[in-house]
Design a protein around this ligand. Structure first.
Ligand SMILES: [Zn+2]
Length: 108
């Protein structure tokens, strides 16, 4: 999974910032978060941050666990978006409650 997340990051770096990453060097080995940070220096990109967060969670073993209900997130969803932190059910609940919040506090 680490490899998948790294590839996403590199795609993003290449497409968004035109940075050509030597993937061979990174993907085969266990890249430290420190090296990733060096690569991401000065780029404040929320998606990159999310992906970096995913790498962190892979390292500390909390990757793929929903922050809402603590159950494992469907692998299919993680393949789609490795930075995902909630299962489908919690995400729906979250979106629903945040839109209720918006309506209550912002619109009126
Ligand atoms: Zn959940």
């Amino acid at each position: 999974m680490r490899r998948v997340v790294l590839c996403r990051m590199f795609d993003l770096l290449e497409q968004t910032y035109g940075i050509d990453v030597n993937r061979e060097e990174f993907v085969g080995e266990r890249v430290s978060l420190h090296e990733i940070d060096a690569l991401l220096a000065f780029k404040s990109d929320p998606h990159l941050d999310d992906l970096r967060g995913a790498l962190e969670r892979i390292d500390d073993g909390s990757f793929g666990v929903c922050i809402g209900c603590k159950t494992e997130i469907d692998q299919r969803l993680l393949d789609e978006e490795p930075a995902r932190r909630m299962c489908e059910r919690c995400e729906k609940e979250y979106n629903r409650s945040s839109s209720v919040y918006m309506e209550a506090h912002l619109i009126h």
